[in-house]
Design a protein around this ligand. Sequence first.
Ligand code: SF4
Ligand code: SF4
Length: 106
Amino acid sequence: MEPITGLTRGGIAWTPAFVNALDQAKCIGCGRCFKVCPRDVFDLVDREDVDGLDDFDDEDDYGDDGFSDDTSMVMSLKNALDCIGCEACSRVCPKGCMTHEPAAAA
Ligand code: SF4
Ligand code: SF4
């Protein structure tokens, strides 16, 4: 498979790793991924509206950095096909929810 590749401004080739899944069972709904994503990929939804997702019981405190610790919400992949594969979301996610992979060039 020939992957989709890009070029930096300096002409260096790189291979984007596109988001392909988000583990909502681990997500604490903090919104970090939503804030850093340059595209329209994520949407914050009510946890109770997601089928098969149990109530979240997390002991960690994420309340001191300006991010929400309201775990009644959970992130979802609204539009994964809009991803440019920058991996910023995974760099900021405190729970390692996202996985990524290169995509085949058309
Ligand atoms: S890899 Fe980049 S563009 Fe794709 S979902 Fe994550 S932050 Fe958004
Ligand atoms: S950064 Fe991680 S834990 Fe926070 S909302 Fe996004 S997927 Fe969920």
